[in-house]
Ligand binder design. Structure first.
Ligand code: P6P
Length: 343
């Protein structure tokens, strides 16, 4: 029988202190935040706990595999995609904090039902990124971004959902891996919290995460190399043959997991466009922009290969973009190669 003290020693602490995400949010959110933003972040943490419990038991709950539906992207929807999406909508649509939501799984933006009060924030999210990996037990994740409405007199219109990443007030992800980790920023640093299942609490595990100045990894799908233009091919060659020999290649096929590893150890994740698909695969609004927001607040940078992802104003809630994200110098090198060999 281990003593409670021993168990406590195994809990994530910072300077020996156990700090729950609630405590951290209350202590660090700017006083002018009326509490709604803090509450939305807390609501996302709750969604993460629920989704985590579903993904942990996916194999047992017959929620693996395809839902037999095709999403707006023309991709097969996994049962867990739809479960995760439903969890978030049902947690969020009645709180009076949001004016609308955008989710990868629904063609139109989600309006707040008339019977509920509208709030001043917009939530954009991918409920389960990397879900094609669910049946192989690879880490997957929820990505989210939070905006304020443009005008409190007309909350929840489409224009509120088509803001550039530069206008994000907060962003984050929840990674369902060997442990469940929530990473977020509200513009004052990037912080990570680890879910302690025995307590059901997210405990602060790292404050002010920064990309290492000596990055360890580069990530892209080598098998797609035959579709790349010359600039990307030359960049890939530079990473492999000419740049720092310490750089290792890692690509999981689940962007949140690749991003988190690169944030933790330094690195760059690339999903470039190609002549056939110039905008690549990753969605701007609820995947690339939130991660670019986090990257920038961790001392890194996110680009579409030409310019900062945060400067791109979406014209469609589901539009795609090429993505180069991670250590600033590695991303800027990609921009350099793409410009040099621009066809
Ligand atoms: P590919 C998952 O479907 C996803 O959107 C990202 O999480 C991941 O990085 C990418 O697609 C993998 O795509 O074409 O390399 O299999």
């Amino acid at each position: 029988m281990t003593s409670p003290i021993n168990d406590l020693k195994n809990l994530p602490t910072v300077d020996g202190k156990f700090i729950t995400i609630e405590r951290f949010l209350l202590d660090t959110q700017p006083q002018y935040a009326r509490g709604d933003l803090t509450a939305i972040l807390y609501d996302m943490a709750l969604a993460g706990k629920i989704i985590s419990s579903q993904t942990r038991r996916a194999g047992l709950l017959d929620v693996l595999g395809l839902a037999g539906k095709i999403n707006v992207q023309g991709e097969s929807q996994q049962k867990l995609d739809l479960i995760a999406d439903d969890i978030i909508v049902r947690l969020m649509d009645h709180t009076g904090r949001l004016a609308a939501m955008v989710t990868e799984e629904r063609k139109e933006f989600v309006r707040i039902p008339e019977k509920y009060r509208k709030g001043s924030y917009i939530l954009v999210y991918d409920p389960l990124d990397g879900s094609s990996n669910i049946d192989t037990n690879v880490s997957i994740g929820t990505i989210f971004g939070i905006y304020r409405v443009l005008d409190d007199d007309t909350p929840g219109i489409l224009e509120d959902c088509l803001q550039p990443g530069r206008s994000l007030v907060a962003a984050g992800y929840i990674l369902y891996g060997t442990s469940t980790i929530l990473v977020y920023s509200a513009g004052q640093g990037v912080h990570s919290f680890t879910l302690e299942p025995s307590l059901g609490e997210f405990l602060l595990s790292q404050e002010n995460m920064r990309f290492s100045d000596e990055p360890d990894f580069y990530s892209f799908n080598h098998a797609a190399g035959k579709t790349w233009d010359k600039g990307m091919r030359q960049y890939a060659k530079w990473l492999r043959d000419e740049h720092d020999p310490r750089l290792s290649y890692r690509y999981i096929g689940s962007m949140v997991a690749d991003f988190h590893r690169n944030l933790t150890h330094g690195g760059v994740f690339c999903y470039p466009g190609s002549p056939e698909k110039p905008n690549g695969k990753i969605r701007l609004l609820y995947e690339a922009a939130p991660l670019a927001f986090l990257a920038e607040h961790a001392g890194g940078y996110g680009s579409n290969g030409e310019k900062n992802l945060l400067e791109i104003v979406p014209s469609d809630i589901h539009q795609r973009t090429p993505v180069f994200i991670g250590n600033r110098y590695l991303v800027e090198k990609a921009e350099e190669f793409l410009a040099k060999y621009k066809e």
